[in-house]
Write a protein that binds this ligand. Structure first.
Ligand SMILES: Cc1cc2nc3c(=O)[nH]c(=O)nc-3n(C[C@H](O)[C@H](O)[C@H](O)COP(=O)(O)OP(=O)(O)OC[C@H]3O[C@@H](n4cnc5c(N)ncnc54)[C@H](O)[C@@H]3O)c2cc1C
Length: 453
């Protein structure tokens, strides 16, 4: 290698097509040397060695390497602590510049700053780009400045900005912001030849296959077209299951948003929720550990360990809650409607801190995304960005009647439902639990606001 290479660092963008940062690296000249790091700061902390997410990333990195090989290039794959790995990379390959796509999570931001410093000390530059979402927090701002904290006006403004710049693409008019990046046009800028750092095996990193099926990256047009009619019913396959692919960038958000614009506005709106929650952690990083609404900090949670265990195991005696938790435990996914119901039950009926539930979901969800998970949990606990405060308490019986009237979903995940083996009474019954939650939240908020004598 006579010229100092440009390194492209893949993280949440495990694809060669329609990749913003990679495109910028290719346009900057070359040769572009793509890399991926299996990060031990994250991997070493995972309690379960049969982790389906690690298996999925491993599989996706292997496929990405094969995609580069098809174009005469290859992916160099490292395993270690990012700072140490980068020191070694700088010494061995002497990059002139590093390109990557932005990651907005607090850990990633600190990591990237440290890597940037290392590179600058070595006389190399660091460039990062938007790829993971459609709009970053400073792009969708209120008219008087500042971030939106309520979804509906955010969504309206998001849509206006999206439509404000149109461009031609292959004869079709489409939003400038959704234009795909033509990476494969510039594959001659990729460093040629085989990698001296092949993908390590799962076993070499101390992991084993988990045996959980990953949903495909493609969803039928019919499913998206009828999404608004089917998405609320957990007993039918009415949602895309694309979450894990958005999380790791094995699909492009721009491509799926273009499709949604053609086929179903409700589906597009769900993709915008993802942007919204990402914007919230960008603008209010404190929400990662604390309630968005500050006066919710001192709710006197019951935090009963036995209740929490029963909730985790799907043994609360509330059929739809139990079905949801068992679906999560067995498949790594839970339907959105049921995520809302189980989260409401935990934070209201059982009066358990939303952070306990958030942590459990983080360990189990294949599509785990810090921003959306945090947003979903704070929404359920009433302490998030939602205009509706604590008094939205889901009645699990009405939810059952409305969304799983014939118990298809419940029977799928709780086979003993309807037999003497299933509990006769729920852990906490709705009316009593609702009244207790209303009283406890009300008193805590009054105290926080100094309204109590
Ligand atoms: C308590 C709670 C925790 C959640 N945790 C996560 C999480 O860790 N990761 C995650 O991606 N989503 C999370 N969600 C949002 C939502 O439940 C999932 O995105 C959705 O169920 C994933 O299934 P799907 O891919 O079939 O979604 P679809 O209904 O097909 O929607 C398509 C995509 O839109 C996005 N999306 C949809 N709804 C939301 C939403 N409410 N907030 C943010 N993005 C959304 C996701 O990227 C999703 O894959 C959570 C919701 C709640 C109530």
């Amino acid at each position: 290698m006579s010229q100092r290479p440009i390194i492209f660092w893949h993280r949440r963008d495990l694809r060669l097509e329609d990749n913003a940062g990679l495109y910028r690296a290719q346009k900057a000249g070359g040769p572009v040397m793509p890399i991926f790091i299996f990060d031990r700061e994250i991997l070493d902390k995972l309690p379960e060695k049969k982790d389906a997410r690690v298996e999925f990333i491993h599989q996706s990195v292997t496929e990405l390497a094969a995609a580069y090989q098809e174009h005469g290039s290859d992916l160099r794959v490292f395993y270690g602590h990012p700072k140490k790995v980068w020191k070694a990379i700088i010494e061995e390959y002497q990059p002139g510049a590093v390109y990557t796509n932005r990651d907005y999570e607090p850990y990633a931001k600190v990591r990237d700053l440290a890597v940037k410093d290392l590179l600058e000390e070595a006389g190399a530059s660091f460039h990062d780009f938007k790829d993971h979402i459609i709009f970053e927090s400073d792009e969708v701002q209120k008219n008087d400045g500042g971030p939106y904290t309520v979804f509906t006006p955010y969504w309206r403004k998001w849509r206006t900005i999206l439509d404000s710049r149109m461009s031609q693409f292959e004869g079709e008019e489409l939003s400038y912001y959704l234009k795909p990046y033509p990476n494969t046009k510039y594959t001659d800028r990729l460093l040629a030849g085989k990698s001296d750092r092949p993908v390590p095996s799962l076993a070499e990193m101390g992991f084993a296959p988990a045996g959980i099926d990953i949903p495909p990256t493609e969803v039928s047009r019919k499913l998206i077209r009828t999404y608004d009619e089917t998405r609320n019913f957990p007993g039918i396959e009415g949602t895309s299951r694309l979450g894990i692919h958005f999380r790791h960038g094995t699909i492009s958000i721009r491509e799926k948003a273009r499709r949604a614009m053609d086929l179903n506005e409700t589906f597009l709106k769900e993709l915008v929720w993802r942007d919204f929650y990402s914007n919230i952690i960008q603008s209010f990083p404190r929400v990662v550990d604390a309630p968005f609404k500050k006066d919710y900090e001192n709710i006197p949670w019951e935090n009963n360990e036995a209740d929490f265990k029963a909730w985790c195991a799907g043994k609360t005696g509330v059929p739809i809650v139990d079905a949801g938790m068992r679906q999560l435990n067995e498949s790594g996914w839970m339907h959105n409607r049921v995520r809302m119901i189980v989260a409401s039950y935990l934070t209201k009926h059982l009066l358990i801190d939303w952070r306990w539930g958030e942590g459990y979901f983080a360990d189990k969800l294949l599509d785990y995304e810090l921003a959306s998970n945090n947003g979903g949990w704070q929404w359920a606990a009433g302490c998030g960005t939602d205009a509706q405060p604590y008094f939205r308490i889901f009645n699990y019986d009405s939810q059952q009647k409305k969304f799983d009237a014939d118990y298809t979903y419940v029977k799928q995940w709780v086979p003993e439902y309807g037999t003497p083996d299933y509990p006769k009474e729920p852990l906490v019954e709705h009316k009593w639990g609702r009244e207790r939650a209303l009283r406890v939240y009300k008193e805590a908020l009054a105290e926080a606001r100094g309204e109590k004598p």
